[in-house]
Design a protein around this ligand. Structure first.
Ligand code: PMV
Length: 323
């Protein structure tokens, strides 16, 4: 028996950090799909092959019985192992498994961990012929991600699961799928990957020192997300660009921007973008600009000249899919 599934990466449009405190955010998927194939094998072993392990000429084998007791997860296979464990906890013991993951060479901090977790969970649902209950898959995948990294809102897992462009809010389990046209976006990779959990901690410390100020910023972010939802639904890109700029200003105030992000953001704005901001935890990873066709090339060149790598990736793509 064999089953395979794939899930996309994600790009945060508005509301990062405040989403960790139970507020809403807007997130779209990006076409960086991770594919996971699971196959039943005899015995009690879990054999895992990932692109990184294959490159290093190895595959990892662990005993399924040991999985329950694991307190820390290896970097290369942690999200896959945690997904299998959550699946086992929900549905009972799995037989021996061979799991092979395939993904893009580079993930640019655009959600490969959530994608591999959701794709593993989806493939396990497929292997057991369970109905593809996306809310359950989201819940179990989120538990797996928390087991590995300890923190996070689950917006990335929701994005990989449900796909498209969504308004996500952990409080109340809100996942609203938005009927939006193609998003006119250019992404720029700052060249540096960061630890999301460190940045969440930094913002938590700032929040502790200045609760009133930081809650005030979060409340403005909620307004931005709600206005952004309307702007998205009416494809009002110049309005969305303005909101994106304001959101970036607030992220600057939270202290999570960097010179490497600010340079391409300002360069994109000066070259005719509707707006530009960092996307995700900050400290590195990606920025994006909203831009019409007329300015697209100039904005892409400006992003590159400012030291970031422009990425042309389709957004608003399908979520979890059994292949
Ligand atoms: O760094 P990323 O792309 O995983 O985004 C993190 C977004 C945060 O709001 C800071 C954390 C979260 O889990 O919501």
């Amino acid at each position: 028996m064999m089953s395979s599934a794939s899930a996309p990466g994600k790009l945060m449009l508005l509301g990062e950090h405040s989403v960790v405190y139970g507020h809403p955010c807007l997130v779209t998927t990006v076409d960086l799909r991770v594919r996971v194939c699971v196959e039943s094998i005899p015995g009690d072993r879990l054999v895992i092959r990932t692109p990184a392990l294959t490159k290093a000429g190895r595959e990892d084998t662990i005993n399924l019985a040991d999985l329950q007791e694991m307190t820390s997860f290896p970097a290369e296979t942690g999200f896959v192992l945690a997904a299998v464990r959550e699946f086992q906890r929900a549905f009972g013991r799995v037989e021996g498994l061979r799991i092979v993951t395939e993904g893009p060479e580079q993930s640019y901090g655009l959600g490969s961990s959530s994608a591999v977790t959701v794709a593993t969970m989806g493939a396990l649902f497929g292997l057991r012929s369970l109905p593809l209950d996306l809310h359950r898959i989201h819940e179990l995948s989120y538990a797996a991600v928390l087991a590995v990294q300890g923190k996070g809102s689950g917006f990335d897992v929701a994005s990989a699961t449900f796909g498209g462009t969504i308004l996500f809010q952990r409080t109340g389990g809100v996942v609203e799928k938005l009927a939006v046209p193609d998003l006119p976006i250019v992404i720029g990779y700052s060249g540096k990957k960061v630890s999301t959990t460190n940045l969440i901690t930094r913002v938590a410390e700032l929040h502790q020192r200045h609760p009133g100020l930081v809650d005030g910023m979060f409340s403005l972010m909620v307004d931005l997300v709600l206005s952004g939802r309307s702007a998205l639904l009416s494809a009002n890109w110049s309005l969305l660009g303005e909101l994106v700029n304001i959101n970036h200003g607030l992220l600057e105030s939270l202290g999570v921007s960097t010179v490497q992000l600010a340079k391409p953001i300002y360069a994109a704005r000066e070259s005719g973008a509707f707006g530009a901001k960092l996307s995700g935890a900050g400290g590195g990873d990606c920025m994006f600009a909203l831009v019409d066709d007329r300015h697209r090339e100039a904005v892409r060149d400006a992003i590159a000249a400012a030291g970031a790598q422009p990425l042309e990736l389709a957004t608003n793509v399908e979520g979890l899919r059994l292949d």
